[in-house]
Design a protein around this ligand. Structure first.
Ligand code: FAD
Ligand code: DHB
Length: 391
């Protein structure tokens, strides 16, 4: 078996890359360890930047996001018991879309399958070989138990933060920047009507809470918790009490309902440099992870592969490696901006376990500056809605 681009991982990065390459007539094979059903039901991101939606629409995979997703022209920062709106549309003329990641994946898999793309779901024992030569390969066992070796011209490592691509780069050839946060996010899905027309990012004495939405009948909410919190140890009543306590003030209250999904998410910042090793190119969470407060992870994955697809198109058309050489540095500029933004949102809104009264007052001063100054609000609006995509 041979293909020009061997792609590890059918997440947002891998699927969008194969879509962009196919449009330029470049063949690829995706090797994925999970089944299609698992991928299509894993609950993750909710916020898509305008540029992500525009890219999906331009490439024929965004119609449902436009039809069934919801455009949000702002968010609410809630602190001191009161709401403060950040008006994205008014400040920077851009918006974001609420449309769940697993629905994006359903649309991408459907689009790629309709175009007869070669996607191998349910693979195991995936190994990368010969990355430093000009015929790298991906060895894997398919879902029927047969072993294969796929030779490629290049390999795209889109296999997420726990994949094998990054670890296939010798330790001496990569630098890893890592930061763990002393808290996690307790996330729930509940059958309830929306409590707010826009997302609410709440700072409170009890810590951070985020009120998001999925549909008129399903709401997504998160609250800051200990990193090792046991989600199953919490009753529904205790979860609602905690969420209500974090948004209390001016009469605002959450609409409650049965909780049908829950889990605890770790918070970390991570970047691996460089993003290239020989013929291997890392993209998305395989190369970098952000804490979810800025809603940037999926969007960064899409931004990476937009740059990579352009570089690969140039490489296959002309043989020039200039674009491939520039891929990592170009992608990393956006990655570090997003790292800063995600870290900043996290540190402004969460209460670390050892926070002093000074720390809390300093956060309130910062929130007052962001919501009370056009320049402060415009920075948040510009970063949250996303910088322009390459190409
Ligand atoms: P992944 O989605 O992790 O995909 C990698 C794929 O590779 C997986 O399907 C995996 O099964 C597969 N794989 C793993 N190992 C191998 C292997 N050895 N061989 C082959 N395949 C392999 N981002 C946003 O932009 N906006 C948000 O609102 C947002 N909210 C979030 C909320 C939560 C609760 C969480 C957890 C994340 C959130 N994110 C958000 C982040 C976002 O979900 C990720 O950044 C995004 O999924 C990264 O896409 P990816 O394609 O790089 O990696
Ligand atoms: C959602 C997730 C985020 O990380 C975020 O910042 C906003 C919304 C969500 O899942 O809806």
């Amino acid at each position: 078996m041979h293909t020009r681009v061997g792609i590890l991982g059918a997440g947002p990065a891998g699927l969008v890359l194969s879509l962009l390459l196919a449009e330029k007539g470049i063949d690829s094979v995706i090797v994925e360890t999970r089944t299609r059903e698992e991928i299509e039901r894993t609950i993750r991101a909710g916020v898509l930047e305008q540029g992500t939606v525009d890219l999906l629409v331009r490439h024929g995979a965004g119609d449902r996001a436009l039809r069934e997703g919801a455009r949000h022209d702002g968010i609410e920062l809630r602190f001191g018991g009161r709401p403060h709106r950040i008006d994205f549309a008014g400040l920077v003329g851009r918006s974001v879309w609420l449309y769940p990641q697993h629905e994006v994946l359903k649309d991408l898999v459907a689009a790629r399958t309709a175009a007869s793309a070669d996607i191998r779901f349910g693979c195991s024992q995936v190994e990368l070989r010969g990355l430093e030569g000009d015929r790298p390969s991906v060895a894997f066992t398919d879902d029927g138990g047969a072993r294969h070796e796929l030779t490629c011209t290049v390999v795209a490592g889109c296999d997420g933060s726990n994949g094998i691509s990054r670890r296939s780069i010798p330790q001496g050839a990569r630098t890893e920047h890592f930061r763990a946060y002393p808290f996690g996010w307790f996330g729930i899905l509940a059958e309830a009507p929306p409590s707010s027309a826009e997302l609410v990012y709440a700072h409170s004495e009890r810590g951070f809470a985020l009120i998001s939405t999925r549909s008129p009948g399903v709401q997504r909410m998160y609250f800051q918790c200990a990193p090792d919190e046991e989600a199953d140890a919490w009753s529904d009543a205790r979860i609602w009490d905690e969420l209500q306590a974090r948004v209390v003030g001016d009469g605002f209250a959450l609409q409650e309902g049965p909780i049908f999904q829950r889990g605890v998410i770790p918070m970390r910042s991570f970047v691996c440099e460089p993003m290239r090793h020989g013929r291997l190119f890392l993209a998305g969470d395989a190369a970098h992870v952000v804490p979810p407060t800025g809603a940037k992870g999926l969007n960064l994955a899409v931004a990476d592969v937009a740059v990579l697809a352009r570089a690969l198109t140039e490489f296959f058309a002309t043989g020039s490696e200039a674009g491939l050489d520039a891929y990592g540095p170009t992608a990393l500029r956006r990655v570090w901006r997003a790292q800063h933004f995600s870290w900043w949102m996290t540190s402004m809104l969460h209460t670390p376990p050892d926070a002093s009264p000074f720390d809390v007052q300093r956060q309130l001063g910062e929130l007052d500056m962001v919501t009370g100054s056009t320049a402060g609000a415009a920075y948040l609006a510009e970063a949250y809605t996303g910088w322009p995509l390459d190409g």
